[in-house]
Design a protein around this ligand. Structure first.
Ligand code: CA
Length: 358
């Protein structure tokens, strides 16, 4: 009996090894659509690095072809294209389909919301990621954080914003919840695909726009038309998202799923570092190389009106949709707790070190 048992075990082990080897050799070819044109660094570096890492980790057996908006021509349709199965994966920002489902917007960021550290802590260790999967499952998708820009700048304006009156009638590109906030304050808000921003500003389709931060903004040339560059309030930790067709992901061998998830987290963290480095470099030379850029902060009464309008917009959605309320409550509670630690650590440290700077 004992001998038979040993043989059976050995056989089972052989079958397992053979199955694992077959799984490891399984050829998988995926396509990933991005909201961005293929040249838009550092955003495109997150999906590009995911594809490279996944291929390396599977000995070249799991290949993901990354496609930019210049090819598929549907930069703001990533959700539908991955849901419909034309692409197995996408890289975009959740707030671009706020019109289909408002709650997806606050998985990207929200005005006066959490900063990068707080938001990542909420996502990975505060229940955020579970809420995100729960909501995206209705589209037959998985969603994962896809790179965080950190605090974004408040945008480029042709004229100084001295009071709320200066916002009225302004035509501005600003997506997400912040767009609705500005609409409440009298701004004519539009969302325009990233590849068309400069032309829209140049042609006067819009008077103002927000994009990301100095690392990505300055090379777009917005300052030539709209030199007033405002500090941020509206996107304190903008997370991009990887979307994956659930059926396709579930079909993958477990080792490929693990490779993909690991690559996504590593490449997303890396994009944050790279974006920070690009902005630090751009900021270091802004005064000497671009003396016409006027760095501004919004006046306090304008900020106060933005905050009030933000709460009204968020509470309005929460009143209509219990799941929106669940996510909003979770974010607000987490931020309230985490902000106390941010104040004691990052903020206090910055204040202290500023006192002794030469
Ligand atoms: Ca932005």
């Amino acid at each position: 009996m004992k001998r038979t048992g040993t043989v059976a075990l050995a056989l089972a082990a052989c079958i397992l090894v053979a199955t694992a080897a077959m799984a490891a050799e399984k050829k998988v070819r995926w396509n990933m659509a991005m909201t961005w044109n293929s040249t838009l660094t550092p955003f495109v570096n997150a999906p590009t690095k995911v594809a490279k890492m996944v291929s390396d980790m599977t000995d070249g057996n799991f290949v993901i072809k990354v496609e930019g908006a210049e090819k598929h021509k549907a930069p703001l349709e990533i959700l539908d294209m991955v849901k419909g199965g034309q692409y197995q994966m996408g890289h975009s920002a959740s707030y671009y389909w706020k019109g289909k489902d408002a709650v997806t917007a606050i998985f990207t960021t929200m005005p006066f919301g959490m900063n990068n550290d707080e938001q990542n802590a909420w996502l990975y260790y505060g229940g955020g990621l579970e809420l995100m999967q729960e909501r995206y499952s209705q589209f037959g998708l998985y969603a994962f954080p896809g790179g965080n820009t950190g605090v974004q700048m408040g945008g480029w304006f042709r004229k100084e914003i001295k009071s709320l009156d200066d916002l009225k009638g302004l035509k501005m590109r600003i997506p997400g919840i912040a767009g609705e906030v500005f609409a409440k304050l009298g701004v004519n808000v539009t969302n325009i695909a990233p590849g068309e921003l400069y032309t829209s500003l140049d042609r006067g389709t819009i008077d103002a726009l927000e994009w990301v931060g100095p690392g990505m903004d300055i090379k777009m040339g917005f300052h030539k038309i709209a030199p007033y560059y405002y500090a941020g309030w509206h996107e304190p930790a903008t997370d991009l998202q990887f979307l994956i067709n659930k059926k396709e992901f579930d079909k993958l061998p477990p080792s490929y799923q693990a490779a993909l998830r690991t690559a996504i987290q590593a490449a997303s963290a890396d994009m944050h570092y790279e974006n920070f480095a690009m902005s630090a470099d751009a900021w270091a030379s802004i005064k000497t190389e671009y003396p016409n850029i006027k760095v501004m902060t919004f006046p306090d009464p304008v900020l106060a009106a933005m905050k009030q309008a933000t709460d009204e917009v968020l509470d309005g959605y929460a009143a209509q949709d219990p799941f929106f309320k669940k996510v909003l409550d979770s974010q607000r509670a987490y931020m309230k707790k985490a902000r106390e630690w941010t104040k004691m650590s990052e903020q206090y440290y910055l204040e202290q070190s500023a006192k002794v700077e030469q």
